[in-house]
Design a protein around this ligand. Structure first.
Ligand code: ADP
Length: 631
């Protein structure tokens, strides 16, 4: 009974199109075929459990077999199989319309084409010159049939010999795709896509080392874990299980800090485990570590658009049959289900963090340095997450003590409110380099936050907007009295000429530093305050720092670093200099400055406490001071 026919596609010939457009993702065919085999197997189990199938189930594994000599790759299952009519219905009648239009639109996205048309099985033609299906239905008295197609829309269907129930899909791999006849390649693909499928996938036999070489054993080589951790009940699992699974997913990684076992039934189905990785340095950060599965079939490890951006820093697995996996990313992002899933995951992550914070604050603080970047990223990019995280986000001060936003405000509001009623948050970005400024602030009874993380400049700007009447200023951005202005500043009583001379004294002695400019500033500070300080304007510095991190702000990035050289006109030393150069001309002032060891010493000390005294200038400073020791 040989039967011939034409596959029911409206486009004249689907195969050249499949081959032509789906080049980028050829390997997907294996995922599709093994998934079909697994589906057929699962269906049989269901029929058996409801009594529709009364026969023996036997071993239900799916076998993948490479035969390099014959040039075939076979995917063989013992599932429900197909009758002649079913082949006609499911394989021959590929019903779709306006195919050309669609193919044109998504020609670079194999996933969407395949999924859209239910072309799963037909993806086998991406790599084959001929495909055969030999199948026997589970139904009583069913006869085995063989379907065969060589890549034209014509197929043949005939009676076949097959003892066992189930389906063999035999691919005659074409010349351009010979790599799919390599065991190692199939092994790689099975491990990538099929690692956690719910039915055992057998690929050859296990091997062992014997007499110095690898030999096959009798035992089937099952490549998957049919019962992965996320499908199990959290109540049955121990910490060790989660840690072990993490090692399986990411071999040689440090232990994760925490994890969240997701298990949602309504309004969508979603399971998974998300891990908070340890972050040792910012360079460590690795996005795209979350793997997305659909019913245990691996789909992708690029989850942007499905989980909120900041959560892509997490590791782990998400499995949801409700995510429309086979459509384009732009569609995904507007999909309501995906939005709900994304919001839900954010909520779960916030719940978990809040839970640890409330129940084990010591542990939370201990892990803060690793959590910080992640939480700040969330705060800066996700309004909903900020609402939750403001309760547990911490500010650590330069002494290593951690406070919540509220605790910190209580700590500083009495002492660090300026005359305009603004609460001033002082921070340092480097404990060592800004040591002098930190210690001056501390002497004054102020507290200094340590903001040395990658996102901290952004946090400063963000929190300024969120907190009412507050400002964030770096300790070295002004003199101590001006950082938190509590009363009106005293007036500077110098004539223009006096200012000009004073400026000349110091500017003429400044070492020239690449891409750095100094602006002289006169302030009437207290007599006991330092005569000369170097500060850097908060706004300009922040702009420069942010421009280094984001495109489109290079205007600020290209500007020189501008520092203020603040002269305390009330200090006796400065007063003396003003008197000394009174009425002098520029050359005389320069000569005076050059011979004045105190001027040079003041400059060097100010540069030194700012970490700016380097190279020759530093060397000269040391020599000069050694000389004075030896004198
Ligand atoms: P999809 O899996 O998305 O429905 P496919 O083109 O991959 O699309 O398969 C079409 C149909 O062919 C399946 O829905 C199923 O009914 C049938 N089929 C495919 N492979 C098998 C198999 N190994 N065993 C039984 N039926 C199969």
């Amino acid at each position: 009974m040989e039967q011939k026919g034409k596959i029911g596609v409206t486009t004249e010939n689907i195969f050249p199109i499949i081959k032509k457009f789906l080049y980028s993702d050829h390997e997907i065919f294996l995922r599709e075929l093994v998934s079909n085999a697994v589906d057929a197997t699962q269906k049989l189990k269901t029929y058996s459990s409801i009594g529709e199938y009364k026969g023996d189930l036997g071993s239900l594994s799916v076998n993948v077999i490479v035969d390099k000599d014959k040039g075939t790759l076979t995917i063989s299952d013992k599932g429900i199989g197909m009758t002649n009519e079913e082949i006609d219905k499911y394989i021959n009648q590929i019903a779709f319309s306006s195919a050309n239009e669609f193919l044109d639109k998504y020609k670079n996205d194999a996933n969407s084409i395949i999924g859209h048309f239910g072309l799963g099985f037909y993806s086998s033609f991406m790599v084959s010159k001929k495909v055969e299906i030999i199948t026997k239905s589970y139904k009583d008295g069913a006869e085995a049939v063989k379907w065969s197609c060589d890549g034209s829309p014509e197929y043949t269907i005939e009676k076949a010999e097959k003892e066992e129930r189930g389906t063999d899909i035999i691919l005659y791999i074409d010349d351009e795709n010979k790599n799919f006849l390599e065991k190692s390649e199939i092994d790689r693909l099975l491990k990538k896509y099929c690692r956690f499928l719910p039915v055992p996938i057998v690929f050859g036999k296990k091997t062992e080392w014997k007499d110095g070489k690898s030999v096959e054993t009798e035992e089937d080589n099952v490549i998957n874990d049919t019962n992965p951790l996320w499908t199990r009940k959290p109540a049955d699992l121990k910490d060790e299980d989660y840690k072990k699974f993490y090692q399986e997913l990411y071999p040689f990684s440090d232990e994760p800090m925490f994890w969240i076992h997701l298990n949602v039934d309504y309004p969508f189905k979603l399971t998974g485990i998300l891990y908070f990785p340890q972050v040792k340095s910012n360079i460590d950060l690795n996005k795209n570590k979350i793997q997305l599965y659909s019913n245990q079939v691996f789909v992708t490890d690029s989850v942007e658009g499905i989980v909120p951006e900041f959560l892509t820093l997490m590791h782990g697995v998400i499995d949801s049959p409700d995510i429309p996996l086979n459509v384009s990313r732009s569609y995904l992002q507007s999909d309501q289900n995906v939005k709900k899933i994304s919001n839900h995951i954010t909520k779960k992550v916030a719940d978990r963090l809040e839970d640890i914070f409330k129940n084990d604050r010591a542990q939370f603080e201990e892990k803060w340095d690793s959590l910080k970047l992640f939480i700040e990223y969330g705060i800066l990019t996700d309004e909903k997450f900020y609402d939750r995280a403001q309760k547990f986000c911490l500010l650590k001060n330069t002494d290593g003590k951690a406070f919540t936003f509220e605790e910190y405000k209580t700590l500083i509001s009495t002492n660090q409110t300026d005359k305009g009623g603004n609460v001033i948050y002082l921070y340092a970005s480097n404990k060592e380099e800004q040591y002098a400024y930190i210690s001056t602030a501390k002497d004054k009874g102020y507290d200094v936050i340590l903001f040395d993380g990658q996102l901290d400049v952004h946090m400063a700007g963000f929190l300024e907007q969120k907190f009412e009447k507050s400002r964030f200023v770096r300790v070295d951005s002004d003199t101590i009295d001006n950082l938190i202005q509590k009363e009106d500043m005293k007036e500077v009583k110098l004539s223009d000429k006096e200012k000009e001379n004073l400026s000349e004294v110091f500017k003429s002695q400044l070492p020239s530093i690449d891409k750095t400019e100094f602006i002289v500033d006169y302030k009437a500070l207290s007599e006991t305050s330092q005569p000369l300080q170097i500060t850097q304007n908060e706004f300009m510095r922040r702009m420069k720092e942010m421009s280094a991190m984001q495109a489109g702000m290079s205007f600020y990035g290209d500007m020189p670093n501008s520092y203020n050289l603040v002269l305390n006109v009330e200090h006796p030393l400065i007063k003396k200099i003003v008197a000394d150069v009174e009425g002098k001309e520029k050359e005389e002032v320069d000569a005076y400055a050059k011979d004045n060891s105190k001027v040079r010493q003041l400059i060097d000390l100010a540069l030194l406490s700012n970490g700016m005294l380097k190279g020759e200038a530093l060397n000269n400073f040391i020599k000069r001071n050694m000389d004075s020791v030896n004198e």
